[in-house]
Write a protein that binds this ligand. Sequence first.
Ligand SMILES: *Cc1c(COP(=O)(O)O)cnc(C)c1O
Length: 342
Amino acid sequence: REAGRAEVAPVVKADAYGLGLGPVARRLWSEGARRFFTARLSEGVALRAALGPARPAAICVLDGCTDDDAPHMVAHELTPVLNSLPQVREWTAHARTLGRTLSGVLHVDTGLNRLGLRPEEARALSQTSDGLRGVELEVVMSHLACADPEVAAMDVEQAARFEAITALFPQARTSLGASAGLFLGPRFRGQVVRPGIALYGGGPFQMPDSRLRPVATLDAPILQVRSVAPGESVGYGAAYRAERALRVAVVGLGYADGVLRASERPRYGWFAGAKRAVLGRISMDLIALDVTGCEAWPGARVELFGPNLPVDEAAADAGTIAFELLSNVAPRVQRVHLGAQG
Ligand SMILES: *Cc1c(COP(=O)(O)O)cnc(C)c1O
């Protein structure tokens, strides 16, 4: 709804931000998505297999394509995002070798200085008569540097550069906005938007956003509930010492599940209607939660993020961003997809 008339082309890199590529992509197809973006060639190959012949989506690979990749791109009907003049030359040469037209997306860097042709390179390419011969240019894209809720001066500069470049490639559709650009308005979207995090319940501006529903819940069972006396310590390194009598729930979640260690900040889990503090360090496969004063029992589940504890808030508590929190959830954590499509 927020995308307006722009086509929504979901970004499903990093295993759909940790949520599970196949089920997520099939569900997005059933919601109308017909173009997807992955980061790596291997992700594009996996996505093609997960969608199968019944769902012939365009799959664009953000890394682009090198010499060795081109045959795999063709074999799996993937569309490279061409990020440099050498990549453009590689892909056009491959098309001529095969004697057929290949689809491509052109990425122009408008100020982020990450991937993409420089604007002057794109301009020169547009003026070279056979610069894109053999390639059907489907989309010209760029990526915004900032993700602020207000339009930043840099967003405007990037949009202006982007408009000047896309005018040189009238045959292609335009794509500028990721999640943040999508929410900034039409000028920052282009005709195709590429949301990632916003599809997975993370706010476009790295904070909870009431326009988005939480779609992912991480929860884990309480394994044991114990009483801790004043003066006793909890967990590895005796890093937490109880000042008063506590009830502590030991929860089955730890490093190997993707809980990040490098946080100095307090963390929380949601249990019995409130945010409750994680006590001390993560002790390998387990964390300890302060459940003093509420009824807790083995088997009850603690929410680490989800409808009660927004993923952006949980990420901020852990000193990181939603992308990292989601995509770090390890394979050991079972994924359950409600409403999954075959
Ligand atoms: C990751 C990525 C996106 C999606 O970004 P979100 O902030 O998650 O919406 C879009 N475009 C490009 C080029 C990306 O690398």
